[in-house]
Design a protein. Sequence first.
Length: 370
Amino acid sequence: MQPGVFVPTAAALGPFCRDCLSRARSLPGLSLSGLHRQMSRWNSRDSSSPLPSQNNPRILITGGLGQLGTGLAQILRKHYGKDNVILSDIKKPQPHVSESGPFVYADVLDYKHLRELVVNNRITWMVHYSALLSAVGEANMALARLHNVLDLALENCLRIFVPSTIGAFGPSSPRDPAPDLCVQRPRTIYGVSKVHGELMGEYLHHKYGLDFRCLRYPGVISVNGPPGGGTTDYAVQIFHDALSTGHHECYLRPDTRLPMMHISDCHRATIEFMQAPECQLSLRTYNIAAMSFTPEELAQEIRKHLPHLKVTYNPDSVRQNIADSWPVRFDDTNARRDWGWAPTYALEELVSDMLRSIRQKRTNEGLPVS
């Protein structure tokens, strides 16, 4: 083995995995027309009931108590049944989370325990949201987590989703727009780990037949959890400030344009991508886009609802430099062509929904609303 090269322990099972995928395509209920009907059903506004059991994947979500996991699990359970979607994390869930469906403790660094979960629960899909951790000090552990889940996916013929982000791009990347395939070269360890994940998954797909899928998320805007201080989190904090104090201090320049997305579109894109027949995919990693705006444009849209909002700008050099190295817009032409991606929320709808949701949340918590 060459030093520094990751070789999965299940590499010898690659031909078996390809055969597994081939046989999966021929199973009853998994024809292209059947999958098209499932996609159409998801695209409708109607809240669908679970699909027939023989069609249902068994899904494990790692890092499920973060910003995206609980919401994704809720939607997947509506489609595939409550017991077919297992949420996992290393933290204790809130009562409403543990009551809504299966939850298990899972440390992705513990390979043996994770393998037991996959085997004992007959998992067929894995969503690796543990990959979204961005602390610089956790870079090595993030790679170890990634290697563990890729190894398990290869060994057990899983369809695996690993998210990437806008952070996978760097100052050498095309910025307006950034295509799927281009020079990336990020300058943060977080971004480097994202590119590593993209390339490792693509390598294992081409070498061993792993059904690896990855989306580059833009900044995701939601009321699920407090803003974490990331580069795009001003676009969440500003709503909380608008409804509490009426004043927001922004750590980016007013003209800093970045791609953003409502969490509902993020969830929908993830599920539609996971549902897409493998034969339709020309890539393993896709950009997805919805809108792109500056702090000042967002503030102006909020003022249509809350004219009193005051925004001051005090750029933070670290976050500003990161934002200046990121794309202004994503080119998601391939996602739209290959598997029919189209966003629902534009800036106007996003602002209306965020103000309504945060106002309701603050009221429920007994907090004042300005």
